[in-house]
Design a protein around this ligand. Sequence first.
Ligand SMILES: C[S@@+](CC[C@H](N)C(=O)[O-])C[C@H]1O[C@@H](n2cnc3c(N)ncnc32)[C@H](O)[C@@H]1O
Length: 217
Amino acid sequence: MSEQRTIRSFVRRQGRITAGQKRSIQEHWSNYVLNLSDGWPALEQALNLSNPIILEIGFGMGVSLHNQAISDRQTNFIGIDVHLPGLGNLIRLLQESQLENVRLYYENAVEVIQRVIEDDSLHRVQLFFPDPWPKKRHLKRRLINEHFIDLLSKKLEKNGEFVLATDSQSYFNYTLHLFLLRSDFKRVDSQKREPTKYEKRGLALGHQIFDVTFKLS
Ligand SMILES: C[S@@+](CC[C@H](N)C(=O)[O-])C[C@H]1O[C@@H](n2cnc3c(N)ncnc32)[C@H](O)[C@@H]1O
């Protein structure tokens, strides 16, 4: 098994789950959450794939992804997270707004991208406030590394974009460094986006926010 598969960017923690989140999971899970083993055909069946696909890694409680999907109903959104209360929260929001353009995975995003997503198919991959893993001995847990960028290069469509927002200057510099080594991506201006929960937390702590976008040529 490759290093990319064995070292994870997350530690699965259940966290506190509310009664409402539990109920949404029990009643509506199968309407929104797809299985890794069902592959690309499950997405073809669930979404209108003639529209572009935006994939978000680590949507957290899902509020910003939900807002984005409401304001852009002609785009498909694939949200991936391993945090069960967040899935419960987002399923509740999707159910309340009856949105049809969003599907979710409760899986390691790297595995979903590797095993489910077809090559040249993603319009955008967004990663907002990834766990920064600031300690030196944890750097290898960061989601972004050269294998991950290879994977993006394979799965993004031509001119597709990877968007990162973080409040960690170290994560930002490290990402810039990795992408600047590549000839297949170029840096472009970042567009306005929905604020996220972790972003608000970072701002409240006085952190600076760094946004960066790379386009595949
Ligand atoms: C710091 S939180 C940020 C949440 C949200 N994007 C925000 O800005 O509020 C990072 C999230 O990424 C998820 N995560 C980390 N690594 C992941 C992976 N490999 N696959 C899926 N989700 C992951 C965590 O479970 C967590 O919900």
